[in-house]
Write a protein that binds this ligand. Structure first.
Ligand code: MSP
Length: 668
């Protein structure tokens, strides 16, 4: 086992923008952080886990204006959604920081002033290109396109020209020190491949960085010059120090800073591996140990993101499965650092095979046998045979390896090893056939031994999985009637013999739901439809589209890919009149509608049950697409699709006609 001698562990997630509610991609970073935090607690460390929201900047200012809200009102509404999601995912953060919090703003101003006095910040004039979506200044070598515009090389969106008085941070002065940092501490950036990228970027030369804006009002005012606001990345990065008490809780700050690991997606690695250490070097604060750049969750091979309209709502999965299957899947499926394609088939396969079959069944079978054959209390077990002993010694070795994997942030490796062991225990039971032994009274001591061994293995293996699946493991420990819960036991204090004879265990219940792929895919489809690609009133969207220059893809306003008129014409949009509406038994989101489309009657499934009662719909006229390939949802064929706006809280609002348009009228 290897762990640093430090007694504390400080882990952070990026702070999430509040221009939209978090999706599975955001949940991923937070789940990783949670698993690491929980593991380090088991390892005996005093842990601090910080997450929160990034609430300032042009992107939020714009998103709020588009929704007709103040930036603070937008932030307030999204923060609640984020916190609800973290609760549903059992995220054990210690502080949820918002960059609009007073202590944070004061801390940023103090650091800004300090660097200004030191000469690391100076006033000048900035002229260049800016990407609002990434809140990033474009490098000079990004080519000017024929239309006289530039595209952000990171996100592919249109940049705009910025020309204004600004304060610069003297980033260029830190080039050599940064390169030395990467050389002396290669663990500063992980995985290794990303270190090389970052170092070569810095070697290419660093320019001073504009860190204030006069045209953006929504930000921390520059001390002594309030017509400037602090650049959102200078503001946001400092959450990692203000969040644990910089300038307001010096004891806690002294205890936890520097951070052990900043978890970030690879898209924002540069900000964390170049700007952030340079800011810290300038203010004389110690540097974090590691910035870990993880990969992305993709959907259909494209990064899941709101602007692409391909995000998945974690709540759809959480409602059916609870938090642990999603936590397990995201951490098991890809090594930290690599990208992964999210597919519902792969998700369900993992849940049914690894969780329900391999683990859930093992628990259920073993404990049921202990209940049936021993009244819940194993006594009179035979001595261990070599084969029984191997289950124990394998576990002791496994425990060491899993510790090292967690400690190295190799979460998928830790889970792979635990599940390989669970497979061995299943095999041990299959080979020993305790259900046959139970028929022969003379084999009772052997039966007791085999079940004892299996129960101890279940207890041990589940403990090792606790950082990833805390809720299910606590259930298992409750079935086992453990006097303490896993979180109360240190890694070193867990031994295989902790489950000994004489313990009266409880009745097991199913740990994971069994869901058929067909039903699941139908539900998941509804879930996908419920995630908005565009979130605003239809009128506002049109106005924005009309005023936007050709090719301008504004985040949250216009979908990324343009289609030709010919493609648009392929859609047959018609006025339909609802003739019948009813609920679908067992489904909370969908309604079954009968519609008249002029030439015929059709039935359709619509994800509007949370917004409309069936009885209010009959007679209403709306727009439907009538030439979309039919889909079967919950066993019902849906022969059309309606158009609806999606509200900030994910409800579908249908635009109904306010006068009698005949059913079947063409919409174009
Ligand atoms: N506000 C900045 C971070 C400031 S930290 C001082 C930001 N916010 S974000 O909301 O856009 O993204 C937050 C994190 O979510 C990033 O690490 C990003 O990589 C991650 N993800 C967003 N979409 C993702 C996937 N599809 N997959 C995995 N992670 C993704 O950037």
């Amino acid at each position: 086992m290897s762990t640093s001698s430090k007694k504390t562990f400080y882990v952070t997630t990026p702070i999430y923008y509040v221009n939209d509610v978090p999706h599975i991609g955001h949940a991923y970073t937070t789940i990783i952080a949670d698993a690491l935090a929980r593991f380090q607690k088991l390892a005996g460390k005093d842990v601090f886990f910080l997450t929160g929201t990034d609430e300032h900047g042009q992107k939020i200012e714009k998103a709020a204006a588009e929704k007709g809200l103040t930036p603070k009102a937008l932030a307030d509404s999204v923060v609640g959604r984020a916190q609800d999601l973290w609760k549903a995912l059992d995220i054990s953060y210690d502080l949820f920081i918002r960059t609009t919090m007073d202590f944070h703003e004061k801390g940023v101003q103090k650091l800004f002033r300090m660097l200004l006095e030191k000469g690391d910040i100076y006033k000048g004039e900035y002229k260049g290109w800016y990407c609002v979506s990434d809140e990033n200044f474009l490098p000079d070598d990004v080519p000017l396109e024929a239309e006289g515009c530039k595209t952000c090389p990171d996100c592919g969106k249109m940049a705009s020209v910025v020309s204004e008085e600004t304060y610069f941070f003297r980033l260029s002065a830190y080039q050599d020190r940064l390169l030395k940092l990467y050389e002396d501490h290669p663990e500063f950036v992980r995985p290794q491949s990303r270190l090389n990228e970052v170092a070569s970027f810095v070697r290419g030369g660093l320019k001073d960085l504009s860190i204030t804006r006069t045209t953006v009002k929504w930000g921390v005012p520059v001390p002594g010059d309030p017509k400037h606001t602090v650049y959102v990345w200078f503001d946001a990065l400092h959450n990692y120090v203000t969040g644990i008490g910089y300038d307001w809780n010096t004891e806690r700050f002294g205890k936890f800073w520097p951070a052990d690991v900043h978890l970030v997606g690879k898209d924002i690695l540069r900000f964390h591996a170049v700007y952030w250490p340079a800011f810290l070097m300038a203010s004389g604060l110690p540097l974090p140990r590691t910035v870990f750049g993880h990969g992305w969750w993709l959907k259909d091979d494209t990064k899941m993101s709101k602007s692409k309209g391909n995000v998945l709502d974690p709540h759809v999965l959480l409602k059916v499965f609870g938090p642990d299957p999603l936590r397990y899947f995201l951490l098991r499926e890809i090594p930290l650092g690599q990208d992964g394609n999210f597919s519902h088939e792969a998700f369900l396969h993992r849940v049914n095979s690894d969780l329900a079959n391999d683990f859930g069944n093992l628990v259920q079978r073993t404990l049921t046998m202990i209940g049936n054959y021993f009244g819940g209390e194993i006594t009179g077990a035979a001595e261990e045979t070599v084969e029984d002993a191997r289950i124990r010694t394998d576990f002791e070795e496994l425990k060491g390896r899993v510790f090292d994997h967690y400690d190295a942030c190799a979460l998928n490796r830790a889970l792979e090893e635990i599940w390989a062991y669970i497979g061995r225990v299943n095999k041990y039971l299959a080979e020993n056939e305790p259900w046959i032994m139970a028929k022969d009274a003379s084999r009772r001591p052997r039966l007791a031994r085999v079940l004892l061994q299996a129960a101890a293995a279940i207890r041990g293996a589940s403990y090792l999985a606790f950082p990833v699946m805390p809720r299910s493991v606590e259930k298992v420990w409750t079935f086992l009637n453990e006097p303490k819960m896993p979180a109360e036991i240190r890694w070193d204090g867990l031994d295989f013999g902790g489950f000994g004879p004489g313990r009266k265990i409880g009745t097991p219940q199913a740990l994971f739901p069994r869901v058929a792929l067909k039903d699941f895919l139908e539900d998941a489809r509804i879930g996908e439809q419920a995630i908005p690609a565009v979130k605003q009133a239809p009128g506002a969207e049109k106005a924005e589209a009309a005023s936007a220059p050709a090719g301008d893809n504004k985040e949250g306003v216009i979908a990324m890919d343009q289609i030709s008129y010919e493609e648009f014409r392929k859609m047959d949009l018609r006025v339909a009149r609802i003739t019948e509406a009813e609920r679908v038994p067992g489904a909370t989101k969908i309604l079954k509608l009968k519609i008249d489309i002029g030439t015929e009657q059709r039935q359709m499934i619509a994800g509007i049950a949370e917004t409309y009662a069936p009885e209010d719909l009959v007679g209403k006229r709306l727009i439907v697409i009538v030439n979309l390939k039919p889909a079967v949802i919950r066993g019902i064929e849906s022969q059309a699709m309606l158009l609806a706006a999606i509200t900030a809280d994910n409800k579908a609002v249908v635009p109904f006609f306010d006068r009698d348009i005949p059913a079947g009228a063409v919409v174009k």
